[in-house]
Design a protein around this ligand. Structure first.
Ligand SMILES: [Zn+2]
Length: 254
């Protein structure tokens, strides 16, 4: 394997990560993704072209706005590095055309993770086209449209039933409809098996973090991370190595 395409894919991932930062910031505010150009959220000074270079721009600015000195969130370089790593990993794992499907899926999960963490919402503008895109892809590649359709229906349906049951029992909203649509999207992209694996992994992850929050006595479960963040991490993991986990698990029942 030549190193050239590997480096190219990683750099391309960093640039896409820079665009995902724009999505994370502007989508919840209902702003356009292409206009105006990137600017400081505090003093509205437009960024110079070289400030937009992933990671390097952040380092050159030493994490502060050039004109007003307002700190720039470390989230920006982190999202860029994570996206670069996801692109590199996906390139090494997936054959085309599945690679394109998984890259689009992972980008959506990264944006949903950040927006859910900051705003506690999972915007329809990502999840609804996501459901349609996942189902369309499935006609041309794994998991195939039947598995995709079952995943979409069971994914959305199961969380919807759970949130209904929770609401009837506790009379408070335990889970938003955003989570319902997000799991439907995950089912559409990954198929029902990996969707169920995502649900199991995210529940483990959520319980572990919830327990850590309770043990460290920092205000109980209400302050735990939103469920969509766990779903996003679990879905990318299930999409990458889920088939191996499912095969290994099914081996016990043979
Ligand atoms: Zn500024």
């Amino acid at each position: 394997m030549s190193w050239m395409p590997v480096v190219f894919v990683a750099l391309f991932g960093l640039i896409i990560g820079s665009f995902l930062n724009v999505c994370c910031y502007r989508l919840p505010l209902g702003q356009s993704l292409v206009w105006p150009s990137s600017r400081c959220p505090n003093c509205q000074t437009p960024l110079k072209a070289y400030d937009n270079i992933p990671i390097i721009g952040y380092l050159l600015l030493k994490g502060r706005c050039r004109s007003c000195g307002m700190p720039i969130s470390v989230q920006y370089p982190i999202v860029e590095i994570v996206t670069g790593a996801v692109f590199l990993g996906s390139y090494l794992i997936f054959p085309t055309p599945l690679l394109y499907q998984r890259l689009l899926f992972s980008c959506a999960m990264i944006v949903l993770f950040v927006i859910d963490l900051e705003h506690r919402i999972l915007p329809n503008v990502i999840t609804l086209p996501g459901i349609a895109a996942g189902f369309l892809f499935s006609f041309f590649m794994p998991p195939g449209w039947v598995d995709s359709l079952i995943g979409l229906l069971i994914g959305g349906g199961s969380l919807w039933l759970l949130s209904e049951a929770y609401f009837r029992l506790r009379h408070e909203e335990g889970m938003g409809f955003g989570d319902v649509k997000m799991l439907a999207m995950i089912g559409a992209f990954l198929g029902w098996k990996l969707m169920l694996l995502t649900l199991v992994l995210s529940s483990f992850l959520g319980s572990a973090v919830g327990l850590a929050v309770i043990l460290s006595n920092r205000g109980g479960l209400k302050y735990a991370l939103p469920f969509g963040t766990f779903l996003a991490i679990a879905a990318v993991a299930a999409g990458a190595v889920g088939d191996q986990i499912v095969t290994w698990y099914a081996g016990f029942y043979r």
